[in-house]
Design a protein around this ligand. Structure first.
Ligand SMILES: [Zn+2]
Length: 263
């Protein structure tokens, strides 16, 4: 299951393939979307925004496309006109003269003016996206203490997209290790310092993963590269305190933590 950083990277690949190029072919499988085909030819893609697992493709004429891949949807980048051999059903084709991006299998696709798309029920349900650069740790800290979240256990809440969009299972484990907290805490019971540390980790860890995960050459980056400290490291010594990392189940998903230094 991809998490925010992986989804944003996949979106970056689409952006690099087509952003700023005039669309010469636009095709939708769903009859309800057909009328938009001719409205979008000649336009450009200004931006591809990610909100949790939803993609918002913003076009230069003010229309936007909402798409959610659910479990099966997948995007492919192709040379214009190319259709890869696949059993998947093509749902959307957006092509310039050079390259195209194709969406397969997704069933959750809508096109409408940007302000209408931004009111989509899914987007209303999810919290702010951890990879949105305008989101600050101060506002995350406020969110932790807000009415809907202050009494919830961190272990479950960190997987709930209504709290923050873009977090998933590996990020949950790595964030709590970074903040030196056990998942049983509720924000209301944390000290001021622990709240601040947690708010900072909630943004820093996903952003570090997005920018550096899989980067083989440290010289490309100043500072740390993302890597796992506890996730899938059960039985290995914690690099902070030497205690063995423990694996357990938490909200029906595997969880990893250090019983030595996470309190
Ligand atoms: Zn430790």
């Amino acid at each position: 299951m991809p998490e925010g950083p992986e989804i944003r990277r996949a979106a970056d690949t689409l952006v690099n393939a087509i952003e700023g190029d005039t669309l010469t072919n636009v095709w939708f499988a769903f009859p309800a979307l057909k009328p938009y085909e001719h409205q979008l030819v000649g336009q450009k893609i200004d931006e591809i925004e990610t909100r949790g697992k939803a993609l918002l493709t913003h076009f230069s004429n003010g229309l936007s496309m909402y798409s959610h891949n659910q479990l099966y949807g997948v995007w492919k980048v192709v040379k214009s006109g190319e259709r890869p051999e696949t059993k998947r059903e093509l749902r959307v084709a957006l092509e310039s003269r050079k390259q195209g991006i194709l969406l397969y299998s997704a069933s959750d696709i809508e096109v409408a003016p940007r302000d209408v798309i931004l009111q989509h029920p899914f987007l209303q349900r999810i919290g702010p996206d951890v990879l949105n650069p305008s989101l600050t740790w101060q506002s995350v800290r406020e969110r932790l203490l807000s009415k809907g979240f202050r009494q919830r256990q961190l272990g479950g809440m960190l997987l709930d997209q209504a709290f923050l969009a873009g977090l998933g299972n590996y990020l949950r484990a790595e964030i709590l290790w970074d903040a030196m907290l056990l998942p049983s805490h509720k924000p209301s019971g944390l000290t001021e310092d622990a709240l601040t540390a947690l708010a900072k980790s909630l943004l820093a860890i996903p952003r570090l993963s997005y920018h550096t995960r899989g980067e083989a050459n440290p010289a490309h980056h100043h500072g740390a590269l993302f890597r796992f400290h506890v996730f899938a490291k059960e039985g290995q010594p914690c690099e902070r305190c030497g205690t063995e990392i423990v694996k357990c189940a938490l909200s029906s998903r595997p969880f990893f933590y250090c019983p030595g230094c996470q309190r």
